[in-house]
Design a protein around this ligand. Structure first.
Ligand SMILES: NC(=O)c1ccc[n+]([C@@H]2O[C@H](COP(=O)([O-])OP(=O)(O)OC[C@H]3O[C@@H](n4cnc5c(N)ncnc54)[C@H](O)[C@@H]3O)[C@@H](O)[C@H]2O)c1
Length: 263
């Protein structure tokens, strides 16, 4: 049965590949991006996020089967926090009623294997507490210390969104409404985001040192898209609250074999 799925960041990279694969499988896709697509808007700006959500509600008649919340940036400034966490959470929440109205609703978020890298605990806590202004100020303060420290804007935005997914997944608002919500954590992917970095031997070495990928090397966007396609399908009937690292083995290599605490 054809499903209607929203894909954000659909003009490029992982989002574009996901939209193409969903359409090839027969789904109807609403592409969202900054300047091109079915719905345009700046997902780093709260008012724009609300406008995008209202337009999606109008176009779908208030029923949405799937959402791939993928748009993001990897800059060492607070923009990473605004788009990757604040805008993503705002859009998912705004579309929750539309998802709850569908028969087998699913959300898949593009997080990152950067979830596992050093982040700023204060920034992560502010984000999870819903302290948007304080989080943006903290992100700006980190960025002011230079790009190495500023990178924590990216890793913290991804750690926070991964934790948010686990936090909301089992709640009445999501599990209780039948909404499965998971995240994908890519490692290195060849997209517009990494084009400059991966263009030179020095850049490729820097990437490999920061995030080794022993299994099949650097990914193409299509490899990550395939995981999103499954996660937003009706076939994904029991998995929720998971962060699936599609990272070429980085997680297994760095965290090892015993990551589960007893409950
Ligand atoms: N490329 C990688 O190595 C990698 C690794 C891990 C995670 N990711 C994540 O994958 C996601 C997709 O990135 P990509 O690699 O496909 O990069 P990309 O730059 O090719 O695509 C990102 C898309 O998001 C859109 N976008 C950016 N800011 C936006 C905004 N404010 N409002 C609306 N749309 C906006 C861009 O216009 C673009 O079309 C991001 O969340 C990124 O953090 C990428």
């Amino acid at each position: 049965m054809s499903r209607t799925v929203v894909v954000t960041g659909a003009a490029s990279g992982i989002g574009r590949a996901t939209a193409e694969q969903l359409e090839a499988a027969g789904d109807t896709v609403l592409r969202v991006d900054l300047r091109e697509g079915d719905v345009t808007g700046d997902l780093g700006d709260p008012e724009s996020v609300d406008r995008v959500a209202a337009e999606i509600a109008e176009r779908t008649g208030g029923v949405l089967d799937g959402l791939v919340a993928n748009a993001g940036v990897s800059v060492p400034g607070e923009l990473s926090v605004k788009i990757n966490y604040l805008g993503t959470v705002r859009l998912v929440e705004a579309l929750r009623p539309l998802l709850a109205a569908a028969g087998s609703p699913r959300v898949s978020i593009t997080s990152s294997a950067a979830t596992l890298q050093a982040s700023d605990p204060e920034l992560v806590d502010l984000l999870l507490a819903g302290e948007a202004e304080a989080a943006i100020a903290r992100g700006a303060a980190l960025a002011a210390q230079g790009p190495a420290t500023g990178y924590a804007n990216y890793s913290s935005s991804k750690r926070a969104i991964s934790r948010w997914v686990r936090r909301v997944a089992p709640t009445p608002e999501y599990a209780g409404a039948g909404i499965g919500i998971n995240a994908v954590g890519p490692g290195q992917v060849r997209t517009g985001m990494t084009e400059d970095l991966l263009a030179s031997e020095a850049g490729r070495q820097q990437a490999a040192d920061a995030m080794p990928t022993p299994y099949n090397g650097i990914a193409d966007a299509e490899h990550i898209a395939a995981v999103h396609v499954f996660l937003v399908s009706a076939a994904n009937a029991r998995m929720t609250g998971q962060v699936l690292f599609a990272d070429g083995g980085f997680d297994a290599l760095r965290r090892g074999d015993d990551i589960w605490q007893s409950v």
